[in-house]
Design a protein around this ligand. Structure first.
Ligand code: ATP
Length: 281
């Protein structure tokens, strides 16, 4: 038996630069992990099956699960002739912009590597991860990083100053595809390189000033709840507040736990899925 923790991520920045010939958008993002985790357990099987167990009714238990795809890729790539049972204790909200599925896939790459003693180094795992999804290489490393390309090229950054995060996931479903279709890439000046410098300098105020997500302005046009939540966060002491990834989760950042408690209590009244967690970085 082997265990892995899969933390959620938030975006501190998301710059969309231009649409590439392959259809992806060229992005620059600074992402960091938060203490909201899925827990995964891995157990060897004697047959050649990949079996996924999860009690979450909206998470697929078959090949559609990114953890399944990650296990299959590791077995194929390293010629492992065995099977595995993966139990996923799901705590990260799904389809939320928090990369929950990607975190599970990354944890599975690490988990299969450890369980079968394959000895694959982390950079190779991250390269392999890019075959499965753009956010998965970041999730292989965790921590804080500047991601470029379609999000799969990772430059690791130091931990940002300590802080707390209040996350609020509104009920509605947003379509990432629709958002990207409505987007005008390159409209806003990119901020990710400056954010990386602010993190390297440990400059909390500059970090808060630089927070920006190009997908947010598209989303708020169709979902005014998102901007309402951001305003409520800012009115209740959030030093920075923004939508994460393609949303719809909104998060507020503060430095002290008492501010986080105040923010949590203020947001609880207007959103039914709210979390107060530490910034892991
Ligand atoms: P991202 O931030 O990368 O856009 P997300 O938070 O929007 O991710 P996920 O929670 O990763 O979205 O899941 C999106 C969809 O992927 C789900 O609706 C689900 O059907 C599918 N999925 C596949 N594997 C998983 C997994 N291990 N956990 C959750 N969802 C999964």
């Amino acid at each position: 038996m082997h265990f892995e923790t899969a933390p959620a991520k938030i975006n501190l920045t998301l710059d969309t630069l231009y649409k590439r010939k392959d259809g992806y958008h060229e992005v620059n993002m600074v992402m960091t992990t938060v203490d909201l985790n899925d827990q995964l357990a891995f157990e060897k099987r004697n047959d050649r099956k990949i079996v996924i167990h999860t009690e979450h009714r909206h998470v697929p238990q078959d090949r559609r699960n990114l953890a399944y795809q990650a296990a299959e890729l590791m077995f194929r790539e390293y010629g492992v002739e065995a099977g595995v049972t993966i139990t996923i204790d799901k705590n990260i909200p799904i389809a939320a912009g928090l990369a929950g599925g990607s975190a599970d896939a990354a944890a599975t790459l690490r988990g299969i590597n450890a369980l079968f003693g394959l000895g694959v180094d982390i950079d190779t795992l991250a390269q392999l991860a890019s075959k499965l999804g753009s956010d998965i290489p970041f999730c292989v490393y965790g921590g804080t990083a500047l991601a470029t390309g379609r999000g799969e090229e990772i430059e690791r950054l130091p931990k940002p100053p300590k802080g707390w995060v209040v996350l609020a996931k509104p009920k509605m479903k947003v379509s990432t595809k629709t958002i990207y279709q409505a987007l005008e890439p390159g409209k806003n000046p990119p901020v990710s390189a400056a954010m990386a410098e602010a993190i390297e300098a440990g400059d909390h105020e500059k970090m808060m000033r630089l927070m920006k997500n190009d997908l947010q302005e598209v989303t708020v046009k169709n979902y005014p709840e998102v901007s309402k939540l951001i305003d409520t966060m800012l009115r209740n002491g959030a030093e920075g507040a923004m939508m994460s990834g393609s949303g719809p989760t909104v998060f507020g950042l503060v430095q002290k736990e008492r501010q986080a408690i105040h923010l949590y209590n203020a947001i609880k009244g207007c959103c039914n899925e709210v979390y107060k967690v530490r910034l892991l970085g």
